[in-house]
Design a protein. Sequence first.
Length: 231
Amino acid sequence: MTVQTSEAAFWERTVGDIAATLPGATAVFRKFKIDFCCNGDLTLDSAAHRRGVDPRDLEQALTALGTADGAGAAPAAMSNEVLIDHIQACYHEAHRRALPELIALSRKVEAVHREHPKVPAGLSDALRLLGGELEQHMAKEEAILFPAMLQWTEGKYDIPISELRHEHDGQGISLRLLESLTDNFTTPEGACRSWQALYVGVAQLAEDMIEHIHLENNVLFPRFDAAESRA
């Protein structure tokens, strides 16, 4: 696949499209704090200006990806079956493994360091609520939406894609809360190992969720949006 790297090609495309078709773009967007999952419909130009990013730095980083060696396959090149399997194995199962441990660890840190001015008070509750909402969301996808996509006819989904997109927006709000409670995952000086491990784990959870939402919003769902609207 030939990757377009001209300035015009980049700035006229949405960040979701770039993330879906240019291997390595998601890492660049994370570096520049560009929201490519819940706001993937913004053009690159709009996203850069919204974030206050120097467009020349962003363009240079993205253009460099076109000549990088060893880049993996772009998600847009995956078949529906391969992409759905990837989402479930790499993200659904990862969230289910991570959240119980992070909830337990955050409770410990909040209790032991409750007098510390930078204790992440409320983090365990935020993680618990996120975990419950995320489990319901993933269960809908696994039981109803993904099987329907793999056996697509001209019928209508029992769960509209628009509903799942709306739930993704709520998850995006939850991620911003996690960033706020943890000072953007930055531990204070002298933080104990449990505190450090907690923030490393929560940061990884957030990164995984951003990739997860991106793959569904910008790669998988658009393949079925038009068909759903006609059903």
